[in-house]
Write a protein that binds this ligand. Structure first.
Ligand SMILES: [Zn+2]
Length: 442
């Protein structure tokens, strides 16, 4: 019999220690976190291998072997975290405090907490289910928060033969309470938006600013940006978003239930769209977005700059063709003096199979462990390392396996990041139960 109280206490203690390691990215250094996880996994008898992708950048794979009759499942987590300014926190972001039923610290949700849930679920499988049909791979990645060049991308390029999983369990969606209403909704990310990063470079002529002229690069750039901001994308419902709202419609009362289930009707969509898109997260899943993120021009008060630059972060819906978007942008700017440089061009984005054994098993486990909940597929407006695995043709599912309230959700890249001890327990239970069903003959 599994003693869940003991496991939960252990999880809280381990996570507290893990959160004390400041694995900030930038600058990016996973040596200490990799050693920490490596010790924990080895102590539990799991084989660990680490990979150095660049100085101080470490990736880690551990494998719980099966008999090989089925292909592996990969449990993904990343070891790096984003910055945290202690001035705004109610506790030390790297203190690993356990207080009021929560474990506090940068990375509790994104995503050290999930890494620890996975690690303890693996231990339970090893102890209680020695006969397994497939390998389970624990992958602790470097460099997720800066794009994955030293992490997942590098591992796929250099060590794919050691991964070759059938399914990837990643972050991306959450169990959300008091977001769509009191009923917990598990949103499972099955696809994501595509990043198109551009640099606009305006070329002009230098000169004395006391005698202004028309080819001031700053003026040229501002004009172009003004045009770019007119690119007001229309809201629309992607098929995955339509499925998500149809599921959520099931827990609503009339007329909301009717409206959510019939979003494909353009009159209904026009009626309800302002309500749906009043939430910025939901709004971002329903259109292409564009943000100006970096601006650079000039260096002296009295000199007209001959060069000015702006960086654009564009997030396209999964079915968009970036080439078409670029063409439209060029036409809108309509100025030969503005060069469009591609910083990052997205690849094809696919949708992971919602009829797969993994997705169906996950849904079944969630219903059993949290009977009042519903599960819905989701298009995530953010980007995760799943995009790299999906390009390899692997089905990836993004779910933080716990039910978080708006306060916990706000800590994600925000202040006072924390996870409840209760959620650690639920997370280990969900992970263990899904894996047990996926890798043993029940
Ligand atoms: Zn993350």
């Amino acid at each position: 019999m599994i003693n869940w109280n003991t496991i939960t206490d252990e999880a809280a203690q381990i996570l507290s220690d893990y959160l004390k390691i400041q694995s900030l990215n930038p600058p990016g250094d996973e040596r200490e976190t990799a050693e920490f996880l490596s010790n924990l996994l080895s102590e539990r008898g799991l084989k660990v291998k680490t990979y150095t992708s660049a100085p101080n950048r470490i990736n880690l794979l551990a494998r719980l072997p099966g008999d090989g009759s089925k292909k592996p499942i990969l449990l993904y987590n990343h070891m790096d975290v984003v910055e945290a300014n202690p001035e705004f926190w109610s506790c030390d972001p790297f203190g690993g405090e356990i207080r009021d039923g929560y474990v506090w610290g940068r990375g509790a949700i994104d995503m050290k907490g999930m890494g620890i849930m996975q690690l303890l679920a693996l231990e339970l499988l090893q102890r209680y289910h020695p006969e397994r049909t497939r390998d389970i791979i624990f992958f602790a990645a470097a460099d997720e928060e800066k794009g994955g060049a030293h992490g997942t991308q590098w591992m796929i390029e250099n060590h794919w033969s050691e991964i070759e999983a059938e399914y990837i369990w990643d972050e991306g969606g959450f169990g959300l309470q008091d977001f769509f209403g009191p009923t917990p909704v598990f949103t499972v990310a099955v696809t994501e938006k595509k990043d198109l990063w551009l640099k606009l470079i305006a070329h002009g002529d230098p000169g004395h600013s006391g005698m202004p002229h028309d080819s001031n690069a700053a003026n040229i750039l501002l004009k172009a940006l003004n045009q770019v901001l007119k690119l007001n994308a229309k809201y629309e419902v992607h098929p995955v978003t339509k499925m998500m709202f149809a599921e959520i419609g099931n827990i609503m009362t009339f007329p909301k239930s009717f409206l959510l289930k019939n979003l494909q009707n353009s009159i209904i969509f026009r009626l309800i769209q302002p309500v749906l898109t009043s939430d910025p997260t939901i709004a971002a899943t329903m259109k292409d977005t564009l943000s100006i993120t970096v601006l650079r021009a000039g260096s002296k008060e009295n000199v007209i700059p001959d060069r000015a630059e702006a960086t654009l972060d564009i997030r396209l819906l999964p079915d968009r063709d970036p080439a078409v978007f670029l063409k439209k942008l060029k036409k809108l700017i309509d100025d030969e003096r503005v060069e469009i440089d591609i910083v990052q061009y997205p690849e094809e984005a696919t949708i992971s199979d919602m009829n797969s054994e993994f997705y169906q098993t996950l849904g079944g486990v969630l219903k059993e462990l949290v009977p009042e909940s519903i599960t819905a597929p989701m298009l995530t407006p953010g980007t995760t390392d799943s995009c790299f695995f999906r390009r390899k043709g692997v089905n990836c599912y993004g779910l933080f396996p716990a039910i978080i309230d708006p306060g916990e959700l706000a800590g994600f890249h925000g202040i006072d990041e924390r996870i409840s001890v209760e959620n650690l327990r639920l997370g280990i239970q969900i992970t263990y139960e899904v894996l047990r069903r996926m890798c043993t003959q029940q």
